[in-house]
Design a protein around this ligand. Structure first.
Ligand code: KG4
Ligand code: ZN
Length: 349
């Protein structure tokens, strides 16, 4: 997927580090668009037995893995530190102990090699995955960012100008996938498993609720109701000793979530007169969401941008892409940089 390219002397090469949750990742990215390496070491197997990410275990594992992951990213990119222009790191939002591992590593490298440091917002990083996928994509566009912790509709007015037009009022979309999968006993993380089961199921088998808002925040989401509806459905079926068709539950739940995501994103783009829409975040790897969005976008004459699944879930290449545009503005951080667990989109410092 990565482009082979000749690197010329004017190119800006950024070493990026991402440790906000359960992936230890490091990448080398040129000019924000071309990935020379993107090493991702997932801790999923480690957290599986607990049914979710255990923050303390995640931090410890990041400490164990980080040096090796960075080394591999540098080797795969056939780069020495002398050829690196800046060090970028995710500093929020995320698990504070996990973030601190990446931030400390980035600061140490920046200090030791006398390189500028770029502090990157994880959600803005997810959005930037689209700049890697389509090297011609430029703002403005509207992006749906759906991950384990976030569900946002963001108006990307420029590389560094973000306006949140909709967000979840309770659970994130990925959280709902994970909780439903857990209730069905399918394991962790739930999204990819529900995605697979849903392929064999009937999306019209069970009518789960879709929540839309009529107030001044009409592009907001709410997914806690649908999660509860699935749990109630499962309890009632068990009480009646009725057979539960897991594939149908997955397909019907997934359809309800995807309908709301796609309808809000398209309505938001149309009402703002924006003809480019993009997807980002772990849930953007969902095959049904990708299909439905592509189809609906075509009906409304919207250009749709969707990163490859590996660029949707957590990875450092997207952080290196986002960092390039901060580099161009000279928006560097100092060595006092700290992790900010609840960092908001567009928030500075
Ligand atoms: O972006 P990400 O890797 O980490 C966060 O920043 O949260 O997103 C992880 C989330 C998890 O909730 C996972 O279940 C979900 O993305 N996910 C999916 C799929 N692949 C990952 N959800 C639905 N369908 C998928 N194929
Ligand atoms: Zn993420």
């Amino acid at each position: 997927m990565y482009k082979n390219m000749e690197v010329n002397l004017k190119d800006i090469k950024i070493l990026a580090i991402e440790t906000s949750c359960d992936e230890t990742s490091s990448a080398v990215v040129v000019n924000g668009r071309h990935v020379l390496s993107n090493v991702i070491s997932s801790q999923i197997e480690l957290h599986k037995k607990y049914g979710g990410v255990v923050p303390e275990i995640a931090s410890r594992k990041h400490v164990e893995l980080i040096i090796d992951v960075i080394d591999r990213a540098m080797k795969e990119a056939q780069t020495e530190f002398i050829g690196i222009d800046a060090i970028a790191v995710t500093y929020g939002p995320g698990l504070v102990g996990a973030l601190l591992v990446g931030v400390s590593a980035a600061k140490a490298i920046a200090l030791a090699h006398n390189k500028p440091l770029l502090a990157i917002n994880h959600i803005e990083g997810h959005i930037a995955a689209n700049f890697i996928q389509d090297t011609n994509l430029t703002p403005p566009f509207i992006c749906l960012v759906v991950s384990g912790g976030h569900s946002h509709i963001v108006f990307v007015r420029d590389y560094d100008k973000f306006q949140v037009l909709g967000q979840t009022r309770d659970d994130a979309a990925g959280e709902a996938f994970d909780k439903v999968a857990r209730a069905l006993g399918l394991g962790y993380p739930g999204g990819p498993i529900v995605d697979e089961f849903a392929k064999q199921g009937n999306p019209k088998a069970i009518e789960f609720p879709r929540v839309y808002f009529n107030d001044d925040k009409k592009y907001d989401f709410s997914f806690s109701g649908i999660k509860t509806a699935v749990l109630n459905y499962l309890n009632i079926m068990k009480q009646k000793s009725n057979e539960i068709k897991v594939e149908d539950v997955c397909a019907s739940f997934q359809k309800a979530v995807v309908d709301v995501l796609v309808n809000n994103l398209i309505a938001c783009a149309v009402s703002n007169g924006v003809d480019k829409i993009a997807l980002a975040g772990g849930v953007a790897a969902n095959s049904f969401l990708r299909d439905i969005l592509s189809r609906e976008a075509m009906k409304h004459n919207l250009n749709v941008f969707i990163p490859n699944p590996v660029l949707c879930t957590d990875n450092a290449a997207m952080i290196g892409s986002c960092a390039y545009y901060k580099y161009l503005k000279g928006d560097f951080s100092d060595i006092e940089l700290n992790a900010v667990a609840n960092l908001k989109i567009g928030q500075k410092g």
